[in-house]
Design a protein around this ligand. Structure first.
Ligand code: ZN
Length: 71
């Protein structure tokens, strides 16, 4: 279990397979969202770890994370 959490933390972009929403861990909208994804074991990570790659895989970037990122 701890290995999985470490693997999540190594990535900036974390997708939720249930909603096909991808969150930016560096500018996360709500840390509870990440906990929820981890509990549900429904995360997706990307290689390369970019929002472009996430979009290519059919994910939508979370607008709340994007707003945090814009500053
Ligand atoms: Zn978000």
């Amino acid at each position: 279990m701890s290995n999985r959490l470490v693997r999540i933390e190594e990535h900036q972009w974390l997708g939720d397979k249930r909603s096909f929403m991808v969150h930016d861990q560096d500018n996360v909208c709500d840390p509870a969202v990440l906990d929820d994804i981890a509990k549900a074991e429904s995360w997706a990570t990307f290689g390369p770890d970019t929002s472009v790659e996430a979009r290519n895989r059919g994910y939508r970037v979370c607008s709340a994370c994007a707003a945090n990122s814009a500053g």
